[in-house]
Design a protein around this ligand. Structure first.
Ligand code: BMA
Length: 330
């Protein structure tokens, strides 16, 4: 197999081979869900969360809805990426002067290491949903930075490196509620503070009803020899509410506003009990991926039913091959 992922070796990536007889391009971890109901006293449900390699193991920022129903971010660590030890109290954000900088709510975090600093994006409250941005070196002290974009916006996802000398941020402009529309845009910045040159990347719709109502970026894009591999969520509207599935797109490496391939069909949709029966049924919402440049293994962390944290796997060459042969770009 030729190496496709441009990145580091991660020999301890959580992994399970594809089960015999499985014809799907993405398959679920047999130990799902990896976080269940009430994992710690202050959190009822932990889902839509982000994990990154850290000090030979893993660390992450986890969306935890507390027992008053409010969404909060907790830090956590893991040796193997599967058994996750959550802090018992939420992250206490500070500003760049060390003063408390609390959030009224915070959800759907993404985490990425860029040049030795771990950056966190999440859905923040700026008198309505907007993109929050912060950083940490040790997953203990978390420092807020200026919010990159105006409200209302969700699903802010940074690229793992500068492209053409600029930081890039994906986002999905929205409304204050359960947004019945949404497309993915990219914005650029010289310094992670000033953002502009916004461009539309891709829209909902096409032949795929699974992404007919709205789409939003998922995990941080993976750099490959074929382009940026971006896993995202697509939503369809049914008479019983929204259904969240996963798809994948390949973006041009030097011009990520350009879509090269995009899966016509979903690559994972709610099917298992933990994906169809929970606080909000029929949600598979990816927020993180770990990947291994040597073997091409990818582990995707997704929230299931706004209740559980789960993992699914893919092999990069097989996924990209599938995307090329089952693509609809629009
Ligand atoms: C979206 C976000 C996600 C959530 C999803 C399904 O609008 O709020 O956090 O998983 O709805 O409820």
């Amino acid at each position: 197999m030729s190496k496709m992922i441009i990145g580091k070796a991660l020999p301890n990536i959580p992994w399970e081979d594809k089960p015999q007889g499985c014809t799907d391009v993405m398959w679920r971890f047999s130990g799902n869900p990896v976080i269940g109901w009430n994992p710690i006293p202050k959190a009822a449900r932990v889902y839509n969360s982000a994990v990154a390699p850290f000090e030979g193991g893993f660390a992450g920022v986890f969306r935890a809805d507390q027992k008053n129903g409010r969404a909060t971010l907790f830090s956590g660590k893991s040796k193997d990426g599967i058994k996750i030890d959550l802090d018992l109290d939420p992250i206490q954000w500070i500003d760049e002067n060390g003063k408390p900088a609390p959030t009224s709510y915070a959800y759907d975090p993404r985490v990425i290491e860029i040049e030795g600093e771990y950056y966190v994006t999440w859905c923040d409250d700026m008198n309505g949903p907007s993109i929050g941005l912060g950083k940490t070196k040790d997953f203990k002290t978390f420092v807020r930075m200026p919010n990159p974009l105006m409200p209302y916006n969700r699903n802010g996802v940074l690229f793992p490196r500068k492209v053409n000398g600029k930081y890039l941020l994906l986002s999905r402009p929205s409304d204050t509620g359960h947004t019945p529309f949404g497309n993915i845009y990219v914005s650029e910045s010289p310094d992670l503070v000033h953002w502009g040159n916004h461009k539309l990347v891709m829209t909902n719709g096409g032949q795929g009803w699974w992404q007919g109502m709205k789409i939003g970026a998922g995990p941080v894009p993976i750099e490959t020899t074929e382009g940026w591999l971006m896993i995202y969520h697509g939503v369809s509207n049914t008479c019983n509410g929204y259904v969240y599935s996963m798809g994948a797109a390949l973006l041009d490496i030097d011009n990520p506003g350009k879509v090269l391939y995009r899966t016509r069909d979903y690559i994972l949709t709610p099917e298992k009990d933990y994906e169809t029966t929970g606080f909000v049924p029929n949600v598979a919402f990816p927020c993180a991926n770990l990947f291994e440049a040597e073997t091409g293994r990818i582990a995707v962390y997704y929230g299931a039913d706004d209740t559980y944290t789960a993992i699914a796997f893919a092999q990069v060459d097989e996924l990209i091959d599938y995307m090329k042969n089952n693509s609809e770009v629009f």
